[in-house]
Design a protein around this ligand. Sequence first.
Ligand code: ZN
Length: 197
Amino acid sequence: MTAPSARPPYPEVGGHPAFDLVDTVHWRLDESRAIDTLTSFEDVATWCRQLDILGGDSAGLDRLTMDAPDAAADELEAVVALREAIYRAVFESSATAVDLIAREHVAALGRSTLHRDPDAPTWSWQVPTDLTGPRAAIALAAHDLLTSDLTSARQCGDDACGWVYLDTSPRHNRVWCTAAGCGNRNRVARHQARKRS
Ligand SMILES: [Zn+2]
């Protein structure tokens, strides 16, 4: 009954793929507990497939990764740099982070082609199917996020969690990444603290 090679899916609480990417770091705000779940280019490819952001055929990525491990490692490093730039651009208004996203966005467009499926209502950018595809797709997502309304960008209210999301709740009062996770844990902690005092 156990699924082979089962690992928990990547979180999708961000409301935008660029924020879902930021949330691949768990416990971001506590250095002693922080866990980066993107530790290999295979992880990046798995994340892209789960979020379905490569747009086309990504079947060749695994073979390319095996054939060019150094290039794949470079792409992992570049994706992690982009991820951290997204976080710093949105939550710290970092100019160097915005610069990196701008450069990666322009480079991504230079490597992509406009494509339209016969049934699709619009044309859309098709990122390359080589190892640079994930980085290009992430750069497009980062640009899309930065040029959209960021007034609802939030970070989880937990002291350590650090997950980020767009608060699209009707009253714009979402405090936690997930009600069942950080929300519940913090409610229980507050309740116990009240009982003790
Ligand atoms: Zn949280």
